[in-house]
Design a protein around this ligand. Structure first.
Ligand code: NAD
Ligand code: WQD
Length: 343
């Protein structure tokens, strides 16, 4: 019998790519999403790629009664991957209560129902934002956590604390927290991808939208950092590689391979690239000159952070397959297909 996996936030960017990978590994997938930051049509892309459909329920996980009702009808789930959260750093500064309420209430409701129904396995979406400005790079999972610059980042730290406390009191609960670095790119089919609402905050969608003529010019935030070319350094990870790490994590939990009840893994490539490196990569693979300008630093930005991924490589047996150029090309192909750009 196929194992049943609940994917919260499964029509979102990383969730949709993970649903595809799960379906391709013959899991039966159940999505919960309130569609606050994704579109129902994503399900069509998923079905075209995987050749089968996930089950979908529109539900807000902050709705205690609706969530409880859902679990009453789905008490036989084998594992949960919890992506559902609000994720805009800027928005979280402007509306902190909305972020605390959404991201923490949804986790608490989810955990409560998992515990009641004795569903033991949970994969949680955390973020490299919990490291703040690390003392050294590459940063490993033992690095001290720094106070995040935004309420969004704080919701991830608090969520990790909630999970750590929960495994102490509930002996059957097993959690894997995955700390993503900077996920970018799209599925190679260009049938699903990243769809930011409004003006993108993140670098890569801003690059592809500028090249597509939707944005006039990319602003490179800061060229006076203490890095090789003065721009910030990040670890840009391909979203399909990232999605695959979730399947490996679910397998690990379901097959009782976890060494501890709460495990943390960094998910990145292990390589840092500057903003100008990312632009050069885009220009190379697209053959297009990007209109960009160097401007002042963006408040709250970390100078440099990239992952030590040896723990995920060794213990999960997972590693990234795609390099920056391949991933940039996937991001550009998705943008072109979505905008109907022919070249
Ligand atoms: P996304 O916004 O594309 O997907 C999140 C999905 O969750 C959306 O479809 C949204 O509609 C849904 N959702 C939000 N609140 C909900 C609620 N209360 N009930 C039900 N559904 C709800 O974001 P993403 O980029 O796919 O991120 C997925 C997860 O990974 C998030 O937890 C995010 O914080 C984390 N993360 C993302 C990044 C990144 O750069 N994209 C980096 C690190 C961590
Ligand atoms: C990358 C680099 C910018 C836009 C954010 C969250 C983090 C995590 C990932 C969820 C930086 C520069 C950007 C632009 C630019 N998300 N940039 N011009 O800030 O590393 O991380 O997403 O957990 O929590 O903070 O990602 O893509 O915004 O920026 O120069 O128009 O690109 O300054 O150096 P960031 P990003």
């Amino acid at each position: 019998m196929a194992k049943k996996i609940l994917v919260t936030g499964g029509t979102g960017y990383i969730g949709s790519h993970t649903v595809v990978e799960l379906l391709q590994k013959d899991y039966e997938v159940f999505i919960i999403d309130n569609l606050s930051n994704s579109h129902i049509s994503v399900l069509e892309g998923i079905e075209k790629i995987a050749g089968k459909k996930p089950h979908f329920t529109k539900l807000d996980l902050t709705d205690k009664f609706a969530t409880e009702k859902y679990f009453n009808n789905h008490h036989d789930l084998d594992a949960v991957i919890h992506f559902a959260a609000l994720k805009s750093v800027n928005e979280s500064v402007a509306e902190p209560l909305r972020y605390y309420k959404n991201n923490l209430e949804s986790l608490i409701n989810l955990l409560h129902n998992m515990i009641t129904k004795e569903i033991s396995s949970l994969v949680f979406s955390s973020s490299c934002t919990v490291y703040g400005e690390p003392d050294k790079n590459p940063v490993n999972e033992k690095a001290p956590l720094k106070k995040p610059a935004s309420p969004y980042g704080k919701t991830k730290q608090i969520a990790e604390d909630i999970l750590q406390d929960s495994i102490i009191s509930v002996d059957f609960l097993k959690v894997i927290a995955l700390r993503y670095f900077n996920p970018i790119g799209s599925h190679q089919s260009s049938l699903i991808g990243e769809l930011p609402i409004g003006i993108p905050n993140n670098l890569v969608p801003f690059i592809t939208q500028t090249a597509a003529g939707i944005r006039e010019q990319l602003k490179v935030f800061g060229d006076d950092y203490n890095t090789s070319d003065g721009t910030c350094i990040r670890d840009y990870i391909n979203v399909v590689d990232l999605a695959k790490a979730h399947v490996v994590s679910v397998d690990r939990l379901i097959n009782n391979k976890s060494k501890e009840h709460f495990e943390i893994f960094n998910l990145g490539t292990g390589k840092g690239y500057s903003v100008l490196d990312a632009i050069k990569s885009f220009e190379k693979v697209s053959g297009k000159k990007l209109n960009y300008i160097l401007v002042d630093r963006r408040p709250g930005d970390i100078e440099q952070v990239w992952a030590d991924v040896s723990k995920a490589n060794e213990i999960l047996g997972w590693k990234t397959e795609k390099n920056l150029d391949e991933t940039m090309l996937s991001a550009w192909n998705w943008e072109k297909k979505y905008r109907g750009i022919q070249e």
